[in-house]
Design a protein around this ligand. Structure first.
Ligand code: NAD
Ligand code: ZN
Length: 589
């Protein structure tokens, strides 16, 4: 009940868990009348537990005994900084191939400071090669007898995800001596032979066990606003080299020459729309063991697709490639970025979805757009659909080392597609320029790109050649504009469509945007003019026959895009965008 920046710690913890949008229901289970009242008074759900319990898991077991649930997650009441990322990771293990073996999952964090490793208040954990827990202890484990062996120490975080059976078993099993002597609850599972899968999460947080912790937490809350990565000063890299102009694609070979490493191939990922296009293919000079892989842009890139490509490349070549060259639209360029990262960084691409999770520099990578609008050629992200979410790998190592902007490559783009992808750029500008995160940096790029879009899509003075070149630069500037701000309503809702229906990004944005008059009145009117002028078909009625479950998922995915809503509508966005509001909007689409 202690105050944390104006609200009791337990209320903060409850709100943080709810805000992740990962759960069907969130409850506070307590034996305290005061806490029960406080949660209910704040509009939350609380359950009074009847009996005296030794630990939180028992209390939760009692609460869920008669609930119909698959997985229950125990978040300790003193963890108000519980992050979506950590909870997602602990849940994601239940989607992995060895999920059948898992009784419960928990989290661990890398620790490096010997003081912390030695501190008995910090519970350490050691794991096997598949990250199943071997033991938990307040002693430093393992003991570093040989100081030259490199070993990573992990601290256990008190977040658990149980299969229902596992928590019920636990409830009925008596405590044994290891648990009793270490005073560590989860040792009981090990003592009874249960499998605990550990996920790694390195997001910082503060558990509140002591008054000093509370003081630190209050300070942390003042300094940082959780979940708003976008309103800090951002120190981001730019594409260091770019060549522009009709025909400049021919310079590719000479550009690559200086990057060639002995025996290490260049891998060209090329949109399969060019499969029979000898004119383009002849200009890619494959040498020695260079390899060209055609990529279908039928579906948007997936983390599993990245993992497969990396596996194939690694099994075919002993040397890490000299470079990855992506030739295509946003789909192929994003794949090229992700593959170049994952050739160096271990694990699955899904492990790196989020902000700044990539630790090692990617393989040299080159982006060559063949359609304009997404800004993927200049951005710091690669948007991927993973097992639990659609989210970019946003890191300093994501941007291309080299970009080749040749407007002639976009000549064959079909009209509808030209419009959908071009509108991605227009909408990036609208959302950036009308957002609360706007600053002079974003504005200067956004306004230029916006004006270019109006000239291209509403003007009558441009030749086709000029129009291609200008759209290529609009895409670039639009991408730069959102680098220092954020997108908004159309993107958040389009992500929902993409996740549930597989609707592609560009067309999804258009489907949504035409119904957003109340958020972007002037620009929706302009958009409609553009649609009319170019005689474009925007699909209609795509949400009419959704099941309740699909609709709920769509709403959950859209609501999960917190920074986008914050940018669009400010900190109080949740009072405007409720699940009901989103349902009503989606039903119009
Ligand atoms: P795309 O890459 O999916 O391609 C769309 C269609 O156009 C495909 O059928 C493709 O084969 C075809 N095409 C491409 N170039 C062509 C050409 N020259 N001639 C004929 N056909 C051609 O489309 P997109 O809109 O560029 O990219 C969408 C993807 O970009 C989505 O996956 C989205 O998530 C991603 N995206 C990424 C970022 C980022 O910053 N990384 C930003 C926005 C969107
Ligand atoms: Zn976009």
């Amino acid at each position: 009940m202690q105050d944390l920046a104006g609200k009791p710690v337990i209320v903060r913890t409850y709100e943080a868990a709810k805000a992740t949008n990962l759960f069907d229901e969130v409850y506070v289970v307590t034996d305290s009348e005061v806490i029960f009242q406080e949660i209910e008074a704040n509009g939350g759900k609380a359950i009074m537990s009847q009996k005296e319990h030794d630990c939180g898991s028992d209390r939760i077991a009692e609460a869920v005994e008669n609930m119909d649930i698959d997985i229950v997650v125990n978040v300790q009441g003193d963890e108000p900084f519980t992050s979506r990322e950590g909870l997602e990771k602990v849940l994601a293990v239940f989607n992995e191939p060895d999920a059948d073996k898992i009784d419960l999952a928990s989290l661990m964090t890398e620790i490096h400071d010997w003081k912390e490793i030695n501190d008995p208040n910090t519970v350490k954990v050691i794991v096997d090669k598949d990250n199943f827990a071997l033991y938990f202890s307040r002693s430093p484990i393992p003991y570093p007898r040989d100081k030259n062996v490199e070993i990573q120490y992990y601290k256990h975080k008190g977040i658990y995800a149980f299969r229902k059976q596992a928590i019920m078993d636990f409830y009925h099993l008596p405590m044994r001596s290891l648990e009793a002597v270490e005073k560590i609850e989860c040792i009981r599972y090990l003592e009874y032979g249960k499998n605990i899968k550990m996920a790694v999460s390195n997001t910082a947080g503060v558990e509140i066990d002591t008054p000093e912790d509370l003081a630190r937490a209050n300070k942390l809350l003042k300094e940082t606003k959780p979940d708003t990565v976008n309103n800090k000063f951002r120190n981001f890299p730019m594409v260091p080299k770019v060549v522009f102009g009709a025909g400049c694609f021919d310079q590719l070979t000479s550009i690559l020459a200086s990057q060639k490493k002995e025996n290490a191939p260049f891998i060209f990922l090329v949109d399969d729309v060019f499969k029979d296009n000898a004119e383009i293919l002849d200009r890619i000079n494959l040498r020695f063991n260079d390899k060209l892989i055609f990529i279908s842009a039928e579906e948007e890139p997936k983390t599993s697709q990245v993992d497969d490509l990396v596996k194939d490349i690694k099994s075919e070549f002993t040397h890490t490639p000299s470079g990855i060259i992506g030739i295509g639209g946003g789909t192929v360029m994003d794949l090229a970025k992700a593959v170049s990262i994952m050739l160096i960084n271990k694990g699955s691409a899904a492990d790196y979805q989020g902000w700044d999770l990539v630790k090692q520099k990617a393989v040299y990578h080159v982006g060559i757009p063949t359609i304009s609008g997404t800004g993927a050629e200049v951005s710091r992200t690669t948007v991927l659909t993973g097992p639990v979410r659609k989210l970019g790998i946003n890191s300093d190592f994501t941007p291309f080392d080299q970009v080749i902007l040749d407007p002639d490559l976009t000549i064959g783009v079909p009209k509808n597609q030209w419009f959908y992808t071009g509108m991605d750029c227009f909408i990036h500008c609208v959302e950036s320029l009308n957002g609360t995160f706007l600053n002079a940096f974003s504005q200067s790029y956004g306004e230029k790109a916006y004006d270019l879009c109006l000239e291209i899509f509403l003007g009558d003075s441009l030749s086709e050649e000029e129009s291609r070149a200008k759209l290529m630069m609009a895409s670039w500037h639009g991408g730069m504009s959102i680098a220092y701000s954020q997108v908004g309503v159309a993107h958040a809702m389009s992500y929902g469509l993409g996740y549930v229906l597989g609707t592609k990004h560009g067309v999804g944005n258009c489907i949504v945007f035409q119904h957003l008059e109340e958020f972007y009145p002037k620009d929706v009117a302009l958009f409609k003019k553009m649609v009319e002028k170019h005689n474009i078909e925007i699909p209609q009625g795509i949400c009419k026959n959704l099941s309740k479950e699909q609709m709920d998922t769509m709403i959950t995915v859209a609501l999960g895009m917190v920074p986008l809503w914050e940018n669009a509508l400010g900190a109080d966005w949740e009072t405007i965008i409720t699940p009901e509001k989103l349902r009503e909007l989606y039903l119009r689409m």
